[in-house]
Design a protein around this ligand. Sequence first.
Ligand code: FCB
Length: 448
Amino acid sequence: MSQDEAVPQEHPKEHHDHAILKFPEGFLWGTATSAHQVEGNNIHSDWWEWEQTHQPPHLRSGKSCDQYHLYEQDFELAKELNHNAHRLSIEWSRIEPIEGQFDTAEIEHYKKVLKALKDRKLTVMLTLWHWTLPKWVADKGGWENGATVKYFERFVRRIVPEISEFVDLWVTLNEPGVYIYETYIERIWPHSKKSWVGQVKAYLNLVSAHKRVYKYLHSSFPAGKPVGVANNILSFEVYHKHSIVEQMAVALNDLFVNHLFYFLTRGSHDFLGINYYFNIRLKGNNLISQNVGLTQQTHEVSDLGWEIHPEGIFEVLTDLSDDLPIYITECGIASTNDDRRNRFLISYLQEVARAIKAGVNVRGFFYWSLLDNFEWHLGFEPRFGLVEIDYTNLERHIRPSALVYTDIIQHNGIPHSLLRFIGHTVQAEEVLEKRQKEIEKEIEKKNK
Ligand code: FCB
C-alpha cells in the first residue's frame, strides 16, 4: 500500500475517565466515634480508673465532648453535612457497672441515642466493644480471663434485643490487635504488662468472643444484619529496597497485623471492617525490624507522625479483597492544618475509588472522626475532627474539610474541581481560593 492510500490515522481522542471517581450507588458515607472518646464521665470503666491513677490531669478524659448529653446536636450536624451513616459504640461499663446488674436507665439512654440517629435517617453501624472494660471485668483479669468471653456474651445477649431495631450493621470488636499491642508490647495502656502467655490468651479470647457473638447475632436474628470486626490494617514497606531481611519482616508483619485475626475467625464475617490510617517502613537487620521514626523521613506526616500514604489504602484493599464486602470503618488524620485534612480526604478517597474500579467491593467509608475527641493516652491534643471542639465551652465549629467531605458525598464521587486540591492542575490555587471563600460563607451560615 502506498503512502497516499494509507488509512488516515484518527487522532486519539482525549479521554477523560470520570468514571474512576464515582462511588457505587448506596455507598455509605459517614464518620466513626467511640463511646469513651466522646461521651465523657465514663466512670465505671477501667480506662477512667487508670486515667485517675496513671495520667496527669490534662490527659484524663473528664467531660470529653459531653456527647452523652449533646448527641442530638452532634447527629444533627452529621445530617446537615449530608452523611447517610454513622458508626458509634455503646459502653459496656455503663450498661453493666456491677457484675450481673444491668442499668435499665442506661439501656434506655442508648435506645434514645440510637433512635436519634434513625430519626435522622442515618444507617447505624454499632460497635459492641471499643477497648474499654467495666472495672469489675478488668479486676478479674480482663481479656486474659477466659470467663470474660462469657461475660461479654451475656452483656451482648442482654443489650442486643433492646436495641437491634435501631442497628443496621454490627461491629463486634474494635481493633483487637492494637489493644494487644498497646497493652502487652508497647505497654502504655491500662493493665499493661510483659507476658507472652497473657498476650496469647487475651488474643485468643478476643477471637472466641468475636466468633460467639457472631453466632449469637445470626442464630437469634436469622434475617439478621451484617456482622464484622473493625481491624486495624497497615501497609508495610521495606526501607531498603534490596534488603531480604526487611522483606521478610514486611511479610511477617503483614501476616500478624493484617491477616491473623481474620484467618482465626474465618467464616464469621459478613463484611470486612478495615481501619486504615498509615504506612510503615521497616528498617533493620533482624526480623523484628524497627519501624523507622516517621518524622525522620521526607514523607508528609500527620500531627502524630503517621505517614500519609494514599496508595496504601489501595494496596490493603486490593490485598484483602475476597468475596466479602468491605467497609472502611475508620480512616482519618490528626491535623490542626485543615488543608492537610482536605488533601488527605481527597487523595485517600481517590485511591478507594481506584480500588473499586479494580474490582474491590467497598461499600462505605467512615471518616475518623466526626468531632475532635479524646485520643486515649494522648489526651485531647490530636485533632481528628471534621468538626472542631472548643474544649473551654464544648462548642462545635464545622471545619472547611467537613464541607469538602460533604461535596464528595453529594456527588457520590470526587468532583474534578476538588482534585485540584491535590495538584491535579496548575490552576489549583485559584480554585482553592474560590472554594475556600465558598466554604467560609457556608460555615458562617451553619455556625449561626
Ligand atoms: C484507631 C482507634 C480509634 C482512634 C483512632 C485515631 O486505632 O480505633 O479509637 O483512636 O485510631
